[in-house]
Design a binder for this molecule. Structure first.
Ligand SMILES: [Fe+2]
Ligand SMILES: [Fe+2]
Length: 288
């Protein structure tokens, strides 16, 4: 949470500064009025004639000066705030770009494209929103999802690129990518990479406990992993590969209905099927 804490502290500092300055400005306005009030009071008690013109000039100057200082303060505050926002946006964009680039490197080893990364991230965003997750969590899942197969950098070429069916032993080596990805990413304390570590480890778990690497079952599988499982499989089925054609919409829907409660979280499947057109629109939008 370092990044979020730092952002919060910077924002609080700016607000505090603005508050202190505004307080100073208020004093500048109030002080002359109090002096004027005291003077009127004294003149009245002594029975001297009132000379308003003596006061109007200085009070006017004080009020105008205060107004100018307040305006400058506000401009300064707005400037600081917008510089801070720009820097944060750039930092965020750089972060996402690094993640996407890294993911593309890993995925390109097994013939996946940048479009696959983009589609999976967008399916995850939509499914996380539909599942009612808070905005911060939706952001983390969307940003971290592209790294789900980063552990494949540790899978030997002769297994990763093997055209035919894997032997039982090769399949076990292949499965290690989930744990490798987790170990690499879990070293970081940053929320996006922590989420990515969880996704790497959980995206091949199955709702009925028959997945890997930990054979977790039901809600013991992190929601991030359950969401990516739906997104990744939908993308694999819905797009054409060198070795297969894309499945038809009917075939895809039938597969998810059948696998609800087996491979996938049934509630997520229900949301996915109820909103299928929206997922399909993303598939068409980011077609490779
Ligand atoms: Fe995977
Ligand atoms: Fe993938």
């Amino acid at each position: 949470m370092d990044e979020l804490n730092r952002r919060g502290a910077a924002r609080d500092d700016a607000v505090l500064q603005f508050g202190l300055r505004s307080f100073g400005v208020t004093l500048v306005i109030v002080a002359p009025l109090m002096v004027a009030f005291a003077w009127f009071n004294m003149v009245h008690r002594l029975g001297l004639p009132l000379r308003l013109d003596v006061f109007i000039g200085p009070i006017l100057v004080a009020v105008l000066t205060s107004a100018a200082v307040a305006a400058l303060n506000t401009l300064h505050f707005v400037r600081i705030h917008s510089i801070e926002q720009t820097k944060l946006r750039e930092l965020n964009e750089t972060q996402i770009e690094v993640i996407v680039t890294l993911s593309e490197v890993a995925e390109s080893r097994c013939g996946e494209t940048g479009a696959h990364i983009k589609r999976v991230a967008e399916y995850c965003r939509l499914l996380a929103e539909l599942a009612g997750l808070p905005a911060e969590k939706v952001f983390l899942i969307t940003s971290a999802a592209p790294l789900h197969d980063i552990g494949k950098v540790g899978t030997p070429d002769h297994i990763l690129l093997k055209p035919g069916k894997l032997t039982a032993e090769e399949y076990l080596v292949m499965q290690e990518h989930a744990e490798i990805g987790y170990r690499v990413l879990a070293k970081s304390t940053k929320p996006i990479l922590q989420t990515a570590a969880t996704i790497a480890r959980n995206h091949h778990e199955k709702w009925d406990g028959s997945g890997y690497p930990q054979r977790l079952r039901g809600e013991a599988i992190a929601i991030e992993g359950r969401i990516v499982a739906v997104a990744d499989v939908f993308d694999a089925l819905g797009t054409e590969r060198v070795y297969k054609k894309a499945w038809t919409i009917e075939q895809i829907r039938a597969h998810f209905s059948e696998q609800a409660g087996r491979h996938f979280d049934p509630r997520l499947v229900q949301l996915f099927l109820e909103n299928f057109d929206r997922f399909d629109a993303i598939r068409k939008q980011y077609a490779a």
